[in-house]
Design a protein around this ligand. Structure first.
Ligand code: NAD
Ligand code: UD1
Length: 340
């Protein structure tokens, strides 16, 4: 049997992607060190997909473990989600981010190369565009970063491109996500931040469920339609579907491909608050506070390349994203902790 190895497969985006890969009859091995996810997601993945992915608790920095996995199983492709992702933490602990995200990926690729598995889909981010000169953002826009998290993503992109250039057998797909939100329709899997959320949507849902008092809206003096920051929110199920297309694409080409994954539409912080209140009937108290350092005014994708080359486009709108995020949060006020 040929396997797809999903690093970080118990995390937010990974867990949704694993379910969709299993639905396409792919055999999946999840490798995750559970540093930012819970074992409790595994029975939910199995019950939703009616299939059993193999799960290995372990670290991408553990070469002996990776070697034993590649020895034991015929792994034909890797979807590489594993990484740390908190921007603020990355500025406090840059070495931890570079070790985990950059060195971890080098380690993974060394073992992949040794075993002749040279097909990888990598989770990158719109953060690699820095503060873009204009929107919508296309894949050929200049890249730059403002924090160690973003720098680690860009370094890995460069390393994978260099690796591919050195050996044409490598097939590399770099997926630049915009702002993933939402949750599985069942309400059984979703985003479960370990601490106080940094990102907007989990903060909004935790205010609505009563765990946090009120939302701080970081600045209302941006040059946007209502002064608050504009982002391209994409449903995690649409994002997961793009990974299935990317894994399929790996069999068709050789080289490096880069795709933006977004809807192409930007919404402001206040658009999010108002739409959330409308679709859920819950109140989200907020106050306007100063801008968050490092934030940009507007960020949304031109995702037309993914449509033409991957045969993928986002199909779910903002209301559905917010309804699904709320179903998950309201059914699991403490995330996976309730079932651990
Ligand atoms: P997540 O934290 O929920 O998932 C990442 C998973 O990787 C976690 O389960 C964690 O335990 C695991 N992990 C971390 N380091 C590991 C290591 N060394 N070895 C093994 N497992 C390890 O995050 P997510 O939101 O699902 O993001 C997945 C990927 O997408 C990350 O690489 C992230 O940087 C990237 N990304 C996320 C967003 C976003 O907004 N969620 C946006 C752009 C890019
Ligand atoms: C953040 C990261 C980015 C990462 C992305 C996805 C920063 C500076 N950037 O981007 O590197 O790729 O997440 O993980 O952290 N907002 C509030 N109040 C809040 C939280 C957010 O008003 O409590 C606003 C922000 O100012 C922004 C919007 O909501 O305008 C979205 O914020 P967020 O969800 O953190 O995503 P990004 O800023 O796009």
């Amino acid at each position: 049997m040929k396997y797809t190895l999903v690093t970080g497969g118990t995390g937010f985006i990974g867990s949704h992607t694993v379910i969709q890969l299993l639905a396409q009859e792919r055999a999946v091995i999840i490798l995750d060190n559970l540093s930012n996810s819970s074992r409790a997601v595994l029975p939910r993945i199995s019950s939703l997909s009616k299939k059993e992915p193999l799960f290995v608790e372990g670290d991408i920095r553990d070469k002996a473990l990776l070697e034993s996995l590649f020895e034991q199983y015929e792994i034909e492709s890797v979807v590489h989600f594993a990484g740390l992702k908190a921007v603020g933490e990355s500025t406090e602990k840059p070495l931890m981010y570079y070790e985990n995200n950059v060195w971890g990926t080098i380690n993974l690729c060394q073992v992949m190369a040794r075993f002749g598995c040279k097909s990888i889909v990598f989770s990158s981010s719109a953060t690699v565009y820095g503060d873009p000169a204009s929107v919508p953002i296309k894949e050929d826009f200049p890249t730059s970063t403002t924090n160690p998290y973003g720098a680690s993503k860009l370094m890995v992109e460069n390393i994978l491109q260099d690796l591919q250039a050195s050996d044409p057998k490598w097939k590399v797909i770099l997926l630049r996500y915009f702002n993933p939100i939402g949750a599985h329709k069942s309400g059984q899997i979703g985003e479960d931040p370990a601490d106080i959320p940094n990102n907007l949507l989990p903060y909004v849902t935790q205010v609505a469920v009563g765990k946090l008092a009120q939302l701080s809206v970081f600045g209302d003096d941006y040059p946007t339609h209502d002064g608050t920051g504009v982002r391209d929110y994409i449903h995690v199920e649409d994002l997961a579907a793009a990974h299935v297309c990317a894994v399929d694409k790996l069999t068709e080409f050789s080289g490096t491909k880069i795709f933006n994954l977004g809807t192409g539409t930007g919404y402001s912080v206040l658009d999010i608050v108002k739409t959330f209140e409308q679709v859920t009937g819950e109140k989200v108290p907020y106050s306007i506070t100063p801008r968050r350092p490092g934030d940009i005014a507007e960020c949304f994708a031109d995702a037309s390349l993914a449509r033409t080359e991957l045969g993928w486009h986002a199909t779910r709108g903002l209301e559905e994203m917010l309804e699904d995020a709320w179903r998950w949060q309201s059914q699991n006020p403490n995330g996976y902790a309730d079932s651990e």
